[in-house]
Design a protein around this ligand. Structure first.
Ligand code: ADP
Ligand code: MG
Length: 340
């Protein structure tokens, strides 16, 4: 039998591309569309002659629901089954990463536009409710943490007063990665998660620069940690799902930057490159068993137990359709197709 994605222990990395619509102001300024989805395929075409293939492709008319249903829903089921998972959004600033994840100004969006974080939480509580309906003794708790990684430094977005305290990444004796010092808040509903993330986002605003400025230079990581207790044998099963809004890809390897900007670019570049190398090592069957360079950056150290092994990984490459972004879009599509 040929190796398939169902073989036990096989690494599961999927890559999706989402092309957002032109924004009203881009239409107003006559931006031309330079990225198209090839109909009935999982391919996108850049310009008129470059085609790229992925596991999933979403065009400008795809809804948040369609994206969630085809890419993310299964990860929530595997979370409840005890598997770790990571979803990360990669792309240029303004390409739709935060929109897709739903980590932005959640309350200001109409319900059908709310991104995947809210849907993940809603689904999770439905599944846990079903477990409980089938077995009244089934017990589970859901905790959330929200950290930001900026210039290789971790900051807790849920801890107002210690926001500037340093957090540390540690591996416990069972191979679980823990962020020591990060606040974990217990949630009992999807609504609670939304309000916690709103608070975290508000804290993000108080940084030295504006939200958009800052969010283009830092990685934001929401972690949903699930602990399930088995009353028959007293065992405990833990699993977690990370939702990662990466720094803008245009910050990587940007030449001409000096001083602080240069330092930022170097850190962002290190993080995004390391992530690309880890994903590539995981998804290349010829390199299986080879060294996976997790230690090269904090982002990959942090995600280590949720990338590879039995974990499920979804990379969403977000792109703008505008011809003004063609150079950056090409490099994002290349990065994403190398990850497959
Ligand atoms: P990023 O987080 O990558 O910087 P954003 O998520 O903030 O980008 O998106 C930039 C703008 O594009 C926002 O105004 C957002 O509402 C809009 N946008 C992004 N993706 C979509 C989409 N699929 N449909 C409609 N609007 C979108
Ligand atoms: Mg953003």
């Amino acid at each position: 039998l040929p190796a398939s994605g169902l073989v036990m222990g096989e690494v599961c990395v999927r890559v999706a591309v989402r092309v957002r619509p032109l924004l009203p102001k881009e239409v107003l300024h006559n931006h031309q569309v330079c990225v198209r989805v090839v109909p009935d395929s999982a391919q996108v075409m850049l310009g008129s002659d470059r085609t790229f293939s992925f596991d999933h492709v979403f065009g400008p008319t795809a809804s948040q629901d369609q994206f969630y249903e085809s890419c993310v829903k299964s990860l929530v089921a595997s979370l409840v089954d005890g598997y770790n998972a990571t979803v990360f959004a990669y792309g240029q600033t303004g390409s739709g990463k935060t929109y897709t994840l739903g980590g932005g100004h959640i309350a200001s969006l109409p319900e059908e536009e709310s991104g995947i974080i809210g849907q993940v939480a809603a689904e999770l509580f439905v599944l846990l409710g079903e477990r409980r309906a089938a077995d009244v003794r089934a017990a589970a708790d859901v905790r959330v943490s929200y950290v930001e990684l900026y210039r290789e430094e971790l900051r807790d977005l849920l801890e107002l007063h210690t926001a500037h305290r340093e957090l540390h990444i540690r591996e416990d004796d069972r191979g679980n990665i823990v962020v020591v010092g990060a606040r974990e808040t217990v949630i009992t509903s999807a609504e609670e998660l939304q309000s916690i993330l709103e608070a975290g986002n508000a804290l993000r605003h108080t940084g030295p620069t504006q939200m958009n400025e800052r969010s283009s230079r830092s990685h934001a990581i929401v972690t949903v940690q699930l602990t399930q207790h088995n009353h028959d044998d007293g065992s405990v099963r833990s699993s977690k799902l990370h939702l990662v809004d990466l720094a803008g890809s245009e910050r990587a390897a940007r030449t001409g930057n000096t001083g602080l900007r240069l330092k930022e670019s170097v850190h962002i570049n290190t993080g995004l490159l390391a992530l690309g190398n880890v994903i590539r090592a995981l998804s290349d069957p010829h390199r299986r068993g080879n060294h996976v360079p997790y230690r090269d950056a904090k982002i990959t150290r942090l995600l280590r137990d949720s990338l590879g092994g039995t974990a499920h990984t979804l990379m969403v490459a977000c792109v703008s359709p505008s011809h003004h972004s063609v150079t950056e879009t090409l490099s994002v599509l290349q990065f994403a197709s190398r990850a497959r």
